[in-house]
Design a protein. Sequence first.
Length: 274
Amino acid sequence: MARSLNDVQANVLVLGALGRLARQGLLDQPAPVDDPVAAACQRLLIATGLLAPDPVRPNESLAAVLPPGVPLAALGGYVAATLQLATALSAGATTWSPDEPEVVRFFGQANGPAVNHILAQLLTDVPGFPDRLDRPGAAFLDVGAGAAGISIGLCRRHPELAAVGLDINPLSVRVARSAVATAGLNDRIEVREQSVTDVYEVGAYDLLWVPQPFLPPAVLAAALPRLRRSARPGAVLVMGSPRHPATRCRARRPTSSTCCWAGAAWPRPRRPTC
């Protein structure tokens, strides 16, 4: 925990060193002798404990930031996203979305496997799932698709599944379409530059993913009736949320990152009156 402004500045420099080494592919190998800046960055991360010195490698907590199989270079996107978010916050912005392809790809690489793991765990307790996703004509709606990591992972696991990904960020749409093409899934995944409030299908989807922290409350309120109408009978809507609204725990206040993403924490549930 930073105790002074100097500590805060030092933490920012550590983050910058991490991003530089990730982009150079130097988180798991020694810096070249002709790159003194990279060598200094490695010494800094070794001093903080983020890197082990011999051989050079990330510590367990740093390696755990990425899902299995995601290259260490993706941490460059994590750093870029964090610094962009901090810049937007300091400039007075109320919302932020990625403006670099690297950042969009990072979220696809990191969030895709994580959300797919969550969905796999949840659906084992739902009658008819996950087998329902293996039926011909099964369909998935991916709200806030980003780099389409969730849709790509699901379609690979369920060969009969088709997906529609929605995103309002033109950059994310371009990156997602490229990722879908690279994965060879153009015939099964459609990526639209479209708001969730404009969902028009009726009875079309078996599974819907809605990342609530990224949606302003007014957008979510307007979208939910349309999402319900677009779901088939017995469909499942999974909503990522900072806190489950049905718990009795004290509501978590929205964090700065949640607010800049445009979302908000759920209000504290009212006690039952009857």
